[in-house]
Write a protein that binds this ligand. Structure first.
Ligand code: FES
Length: 290
């Protein structure tokens, strides 16, 4: 494992082993020694079958996974699963790539692939400052606009998409406000297709407060309308298992002992369980096998 770039904030890890091939947009599940599981986009070259490269931004106030990753050294070993793809890259003639900060990681191999396809592409790379943007030195030449808040002000997504031609695939990865802004601006461009990946959970819409009863601990916790069950439980039990926090990895699936579930993603089919990072109670209380 090697560490490069601004090591205090960004860990760039390369595991030199033969593994399954992957496509742009794929991520690895990293199984940390503490039992945490985290997902990181592969940001190397898919044509390189000897190396998986991921980059981890250190978040001191996060769930602890990135801090644990940054404690690793060049001789550390870590188990991974995958690659898996929740952000597929499809062959198109024209692409507009939008990356916000560490959201550049899945976009980098997409840009490489678009270049190899001979597609017409542009990349807009946004962030607070140039110093906060990883891989600036790796961006392909030309057709790249680096747009930072300190130099240009906060980005307006309508402006970012202003010159997008019909038939363009818009591929976006970044913070939630950027994704939401691009989605909203994209509604005025019906002849484009938007592909996006969040690296933070979407805000809760139309939530309502309820109680969650934890059977093993015989605890009853209040879940406010704007927080997830997972977040509330993590306050009491920081080691509760989770990974993506967005309802697609399945790590937080928990048996439901009583109560009805308001399922908020298609990936939560039920069968006596719920994904506590996204699904909620449809009544006043739900009892979980935790
Ligand atoms: S943490 Fe991934 S589905 Fe809940």
């Amino acid at each position: 494992m090697s560490s490069v770039a601004d090591a205090s904030k960004l860990l760039d890890c390369s595991s030199i082993r033969f593994g399954p091939g992957w496509q742009p947009g794929c991520h690895l599940d990293v199984l940390l020694p503490s039992g945490r599981r985290r997902q990181y986009s592969l940001c190397g070259d898919p044509a390189d079958l000897r190396t998986y490269r991921i980059a981890v931004r250190r978040l001191p106030d996060g769930g602890g996974g990135s801090v644990e990753m940054h404690r690793m050294t060049e001789v550390s070993t870590v188990r991974v699963r995958g690659p898996r793809n929740a952000f597929p890259f499809l062959p198109r003639e024209r692409y507009m790539f939008l990356a916000g900060g560490i959201g550049i990681t899945p976009i980098l191999p997409m840009v490489t692939a678009a270049d190899r396809l001979g597609a017409d592409w542009r990349l807009v790379y946004t962030g607070r400052t140039r110093a906060s943007l990883p891989f600036l030195d790796e961006r392909p030449s030309g057709r790249v606009l680096v747009r930072t808040d300190d130099e240009h002000g906060l980005p307006d997504c309508t402006d970012l998409l202003r010159d997008v031609e019909p038939g363009t695939a818009v591929c976006c990865c970044g913070p939630a406000p950027m994704i939401d802004g691009v989605r909203a601006a994209g509604t005025a461009l019906p002849e484009t297709t938007l592909y996006y990946e969040r690296f933070a959970p979407a805000p809760i819409v139309d939530g309502w407060p309820f109680e969650v009863e934890l059977r093993r601990g015989e605890q009853v916790l209040g879940v406010p309308d704007d927080r997830s069950v997972l977040d509330v439980i993590r306050d009491e039990r920081p080691a509760v298992a989770y990974s993506c926090g967005q309802g697609f990895c399945g790590t937080c699936r928990t048996a439901v002992l009583a109560g009805n579930v308001d399922r908020r993603v298609p990936s939560d089919p039920g069968e006596g369980t719920m994904l506590i990072c996204v699904s909620r109670a449809s009544g006043g209380r739900i009892t979980l096998d935790l």
